[in-house]
Design a protein around this ligand. Structure first.
Ligand SMILES: Cc1ncc(COP(=O)(O)O)c(C=O)c1O
Length: 396
């Protein structure tokens, strides 16, 4: 048997008919970037997450950059985040000119430890950027309480957490903004790059829309008013009639080109209908792993915080013999991955921040021990049995 860590071709077989029809239809329309396909998907995604607004962009990375820019985070600001995440989380903080400040994580959930945030707050702190790592929501209430006490923004990195919830609140509806990734391997993955920002604030949504498209047009004009208080001179111009758009080629901010392709929007729109079913299957697989592996002394299985619904983007066990287990499984043709081998505060790119080994001991320990097992929804029971048997064999 050969079980890959992820096999996207199986999911393609399930959605193939609908997707191929929609993509061909879209190609025939001649509308390839933005347009109705994108606005339809934005509306559907907003409704799904319970957020008032959803703004589609080109990637999760861009979603983070644009959300932070829209919320006024930049040079001189500090943003508190986790070191146990994908590089883009802190990279984007640095990209907008701010300084990432890392707090250690909780050893059971691998998420930012809210009790360690307050000691990192300085007069420069502008925001907290928690990550719902591996699809498990953070302790949002505690994070929000610290943020409110110190008047800080909360921007969620929800790139791995689409469909997850805290109580009856979906991730995406809670913070000042939340950022999602549609990278193909994500729970809701496109056929290329893609991302989304959700927010409940009209101003933030408008400024994000302006930033994703060269700061131009009506959104650009509105954004300049929101950001700088400068009145929109074209507001009284003749109404847009399709032939003459008074805003066209008028730009108001230095911004980005980060739009979602119409074809991606069509694919994601279809896949969103399947998401809850796929996530439920991931939860079943996680429960099976917990039952089978939770009883092995040398394996520490991931723990779910009370009251949250995770979406199991990854299933990461902790073992002392990380490399040996990975190699053993590879010999048995069982795929595994080591997310994440280096905590961000020790990444070479962040050397300038001056962190050293020992500064964030929990995250450092976790990076030495995590082995991620296959958890995509289309795995068969035979394959799951084979994976579990392989792990048991290793520890025997
Ligand atoms: C936690 C996290 N943040 C940010 C990103 C960046 O998303 P993207 O790859 O779509 O730019 C990813 C995904 O790769 C991620 O997992």
């Amino acid at each position: 048997m050969n079980v890959r860590i992820l096999d996207l071709t199986r999911q393609y077989e399930i959605i193939k008919e609908k997707v191929e029809k929609a993509v061909c239809e879209q190609m025939r329309t001649g509308a390839y970037i933005g347009g109705k396909a994108v606005t339809d998907f934005e509306e559907k995604f907003a409704a799904y997450t319970g957020a008032k607004y959803a703004i589609a962009v080109n990637s999760g990375t861009d979603a983070l950059v644009i959300a932070m820019k829209a919320l006024g985070i930049g040079k001189g600001d500090e943003v508190i985040t986790t070191p146990f995440t994908f590089f883009a989380t802190a990279e984007t903080i640095a990209m907008v000119g701010a300084t990432p400040v890392f707090v250690d994580v909780d050893e059971n959930t691998y998420n930012m430890d809210p009790s360690k945030i307050e000691e990192k707050i300085t007069e420069k702190t502008k925001a907290i950027l928690p990550v719902h790592i591996f699809g498990q929501p953070v302790n949002f209430d505690e994070i929000k309480a610290v943020a409110s006490k110190h008047d800080l923004l909360v921007i969620e990195d929800a790139c791995q957490a689409v469909g997850s919830a805290i109580g009856d609140k979906m991730i995406g509806s809670l913070g000042d903004a939340a950022c999602f990734s549609f990278f193909p391997t994500k729970n809701l993955g496109g056929f290329g790059d893609g991302g989304m920002i959700t927010t409940n604030d009209e101003k933030t949504a408008t400024v994000c829309r302006a930033f994703r498209e060269h700061g131009g047009g009506q959104n650009g004009a509105k954004a300049r008013f929101y950001l700088d208080g400068v009145k929109d001179e074209l507001a009284d111009a003749a109404t847009v009639d399709g032939l003459y758009n008074p805003y066209k080629y008028y730009n108001y901010l230095i911004a980005y080109n980060s739009r979602l392709d119409a074809i991606q929007a069509r694919v994601l729109d279809i896949k969103l209908d399947y998401l809850d079913g796929f996530n439920a299957r991931r939860a079943e697989i996680a429960a099976f792993y917990e039952k089978e592996l939770g009883v092995i002394d040398k394996v520490k299985t991931p723990q779910v915080m009370e009251g949250v619904k995770p979406v199991w983007h990854q299933y990461a066990i902790r073992v002392k013999e990380k490399n040996e287990l990975g190699e053993f499984l590879a010999k048995k043709n069982i795929g595994s991955a080591a997310f994440y081998p280096v905590p961000l505060h020790l990444q070479k790119a962040f050397e300038y921040l001056g962190y050293k080994e020992g500064d964030l001991p929990v995250a450092e320990q976790i990076t030495k021990e995590t082995v991620c097992l296959p958890i995509f929804p289309e795995l068969t029971q035979d394959e799951l049995d084979y994976i579990v048997q392989g792990i048991k064999e290793f520890f025997d």
